[in-house]
Write a protein that binds this ligand. Structure first.
Ligand code: FMN
Length: 212
């Protein structure tokens, strides 16, 4: 089997998401709608439900001008999109374990006893992490939320393009973030498509799967 264009109409949720790089620049997304898109995406799973993702929605003219020099070869998306969403990971995610667990208790989703047990397990587990392991875990969680963000945007009628090609250090400095705490994972351009979607190929299952 060879690389092929994969389309299963039954899986429209997956196949309708496709990278768009040229958007209608006149389209603005309201803060309310953007918040709804983000909130829906945040149903994503994360390690211990610590939700380490942090979003920076850059949709003002000033904000976009500020990040322009760091967009590398992704100028078309920058120029035409309604917003660039920067997805960062918070390396101090374990510091809000108590807050999240307490909210579970407040919402009747777990008992105080269970919360204390979980907190102990989580903090011991977190303490055993090397920085690299923590970073990997945060990258994975941010990947999940970014995938959902792309699908969420699509469900609100918008298109996206994940962008890994940007100057991370400079971008983070421009946002005024503590680079030790906040790690840049990916940018996402979002807007209304102004070009035909270009299909891409995928490996066949046989090429990349082993059955044992
Ligand atoms: C981590 C990551 C980084 C990417 N970086 C860029 C980028 O810098 N510029 C770009 O135009 N597309 C970028 N893409 C989009 C991929 O090229 C695209 O997803 C892939 O070719 C498949 O096409 P599709 O998204 O239309 O299905 C990136 C995708 C991922 C997942």
């Amino acid at each position: 089997m060879q690389l092929k264009n994969v389309k299963n109409p039954a899986n429209a949720l997956f196949t309708e998401r496709i990278s768009i790089r040229k958007y209608d620049p006149s389209v603005k997304i309201s803060k309310e709608e953007m918040s709804a898109i983000l909130q829906d995406a945040m149903t994503a799973p994360s390690s211990f439900n610590l939700q380490p993702w942090r979003f920076f929605v850059i949709d003002s003219d000033e904000g976009k001008e500020m990040i322009k020099p760091y967009m590398m070869f992704n100028q078309l998306q920058w120029e035409t999109c309604s917003a660039i969403i920067a997805i960062y990971g918070d390396m101090e995610n374990y510091s809000y374990a108590d807050k999240i667990l307490s909210a579970n208790v407040d919402n009747g989703l777990m008992t105080e006893e269970y919360k204390q047990k979980m907190l102990e397990i989580m903090m011991a587990y977190g303490a055993s992490y090397t920085e690299e392991r923590l970073k990997n875990s945060i990258f994975m969680d941010c990947g999940f939320v970014t995938m959902q963000l792309m699908l969420s945007a699509k469900s609100y009628g918008y298109d996206t393009n994940p962008i890994g090609g940007f100057m991370r250090k400079e971008f983070t400095e421009a946002l005024g973030l503590d680079a030790k705490r906040y790690i840049p994972t990916l940018l996402l351009s979002i807007g209304k498509a102004a070009e035909e979607a270009k299909d891409t190929v995928r490996f066949s299952v046989d090429e990349i799967t082993e059955w044992r």
